[in-house]
Unconditional design. Structure first.
Lengths: 149, 132
């Protein structure tokens, strides 16, 4: 039983060893990570979908080159995939910030309009107050004049 | 017989001249095109604030472009093409870094001005209250 278990483990180890024979390519691993995080970013899907598509195509090219053990093509395509994914992230981030500013511009206009309207109302009520005061003083003066005469 | 030989010699001489001039001029149209594309991207990056925002990426792109040109001159088409592709994407990343930094700075500045505006609006309405 124990022997059989050990043999099983041994066989599994050998098989795992076989499965991972293509040596890990650090450029490809890096490309996978960078493309994955670009894919997980909804801003990228929204604002730089074409860059992401290009990155995924390069990554697929790198993966198939690795299966063919074509190391030069693997490294080149992996590098292109990683840089293109970074490009997608950067371009999406810039567009998000630009959209933030243009969306906020409407709110800024609203606040500014409200402030001007408020100022106008204040000026109007001050003018009304001054007019009432003038009228009161005028009638006071008129009354005094009438008394004198 | 003699004319035939002479003809053959002149023909091969012409072919050799053609081959020489061909190899001396356009090394490879694909590599040439990739190099031209990378050059244009690098120029755009240099004019868009990348020297300040992404100097390392830009230096890498410049270095790869120079190596691509050298490989092209040495008729190493594969290296020339690969290096030109990398130089191009590096230059694009440098430019995008500069653009993103500019957009970020603009957004921060906008938020600051909005906050000031909101504060001012709040102050003016609160000082107005006792008057009315």
């Amino acid at each position: 039983m124990n022997v059989r278990l050990m043999t099983g483990i041994g066989a599994a180890c050998v098989m795992a060893g076989c499965a991972s024979t293509p040596l890990p390519n650090p450029a490809l691993d890096n490309a996978r990570t960078v493309v994955e995080s670009a894919e997980a970013n909804p801003d990228v899907a929204r604002y730089s979908a074409l860059d992401l598509e290009a990155a995924k195509k390069d990554l697929a090219m790198a993966e198939s080159a690795e299966l063919r053990r074509d190391e030069t093509t693997t490294s080149q395509a992996a590098y292109m995939a990683a840089q293109t994914a970074r490009l997608a992230q950067l371009r999406a981030a810039a567009k998000v910030e630009d959209a933030h500013v243009s969306d906020g511009q409407a709110e800024r206009d609203r606040i500014q309009l409200a402030a001007r309207t408020h100022e106008l109302q204040q000026a109007q009520s001050a003018a009304d107050l001054a007019a009432a005061k003038t009228r009161a003083l005028q009638s006071e003066a008129d009354a005094l004049k009438a008394k004198q005469n | 017989m003699r004319t035939k030989v002479r003809h053959l010699i002149s023909c091969s001489a012409a072919a050799a001249t053609l081959l020489l001039s061909w190899s001396a001029h356009a090394a490879n149209p694909i590599a040439d095109e990739k190099i031209a594309v990378a050059q244009a991207s690098l120029q755009r990056a240099e004019q868009s604030g990348a020297p300040q925002a992404a100097p390392v990426e830009l230096a890498t792109a410049r270095d790869k472009l120079a190596r691509a040109q050298k490989a092209n001159a040495d008729h190493d088409i594969k290296s020339a093409t690969a290096l030109a592709e990398q130089a191009n994407v590096d230059a694009e990343v440098a430019e995008a870094t500069a653009t993103e930094q500019r957009s970020h700075a603009a957004a921060v500045e906008f938020d600051t001005s909005m906050q000031a505006l909101r504060n001012e609006a709040m102050r003016s309405t609160s000082t107005a209250l006792p008057v009315q």
